[in-house]
Ligand binder design. Structure first.
Ligand SMILES: [Zn+2]
Length: 216
């Protein structure tokens, strides 16, 4: 289903949501409706499951892309020895520990330690806090929602003018000062059709809210 929407995005410069919203808004045919329902159903069930891809997205946004290979080795397991991890990843123990401390700082892993009787030092065993990811994912989505909301507030309060050649986007004051002429090419600027944009954002907000609700 997603592939179908991706296909619709090809060459248009739109992201999947823009296409999705367009299909949603137009409601041209029952076929489109069917597509829409199918797409959203798949989308939300994926949300609730919180796929590996989504988990990676959260981890990457918090700790950086370089922790992913280690996370993949401890995901779904319990009490993995840091020496074992270094061995599997073929990395220096110091580097592995450094990564683990970063994950610990972000509250993404926990550990227990046991004393090695022969050597006399402690060995740390690590567990990935999978259930915490859901909370962090929700937090991320709430921030996204806030951003969209303030975007709508900004858009509805302002009127913008766009050059017919798409060079610039000016607010009302700028447009008046320039006598509605584009400072780049000199062509007349037209009033932006903001309704569509606001509608798209509103649609995204509705989806996000639904998604966030499904995560509680
Ligand atoms: Zn222009």
């Amino acid at each position: 289903m997603q592939a179908c929407f991706k296909e619709a995005c090809r060459g248009t410069g739109d992201d999947i949501w823009a296409v999705c919203d367009r299909k949603f808004t137009k409601q041209v045919s029952s076929e489109t409706k069917h597509l829409k329902v199918g797409f959203y159903r798949e989308y939300f069930s994926a949300m609730v499951r919180l796929t590996d891809k989504k988990m990676d997205e959260v981890v990457r946004s918090i700790c950086g892309a370089d922790v992913i290979s280690l996370v993949n080795k401890i995901k779904g397991k319990e009490n993995v020895s840091e020496f074992k991890l270094a061995e599997i990843l073929k990395e220096d123990i110091k580097k592995v520990r450094n990564t683990l401390y970063r994950l610990y700082g972000a509250n993404l892993v926990e550990f227990t330690r046991k004393k090695d009787k022969k050597k006399g030092w402690y060995i740390y065993y690590w567990t990935f806090k999978q259930e915490h990811i859901k909370y962090l994912y929700k937090k991320m989505k709430l921030e996204e929602l806030d951003k969209l909301k303030s975007q709508v507030n900004g858009e509805t309060g302002q009127q913008y003018f766009i050059c017919v050649n798409n060079c610039v986007r000016m607010d009302f004051e700028q447009a008046v000062n320039l006598e509605y002429r584009c400072p780049e090419c000199g062509e007349l600027a037209a009033q932006e059709q903001k309704e569509k944009k606001v509608e798209n954002t509103a649609q995204k907000i509705a989806l996000l809210k639904k998604e966030i609700k499904s995560l509680t």
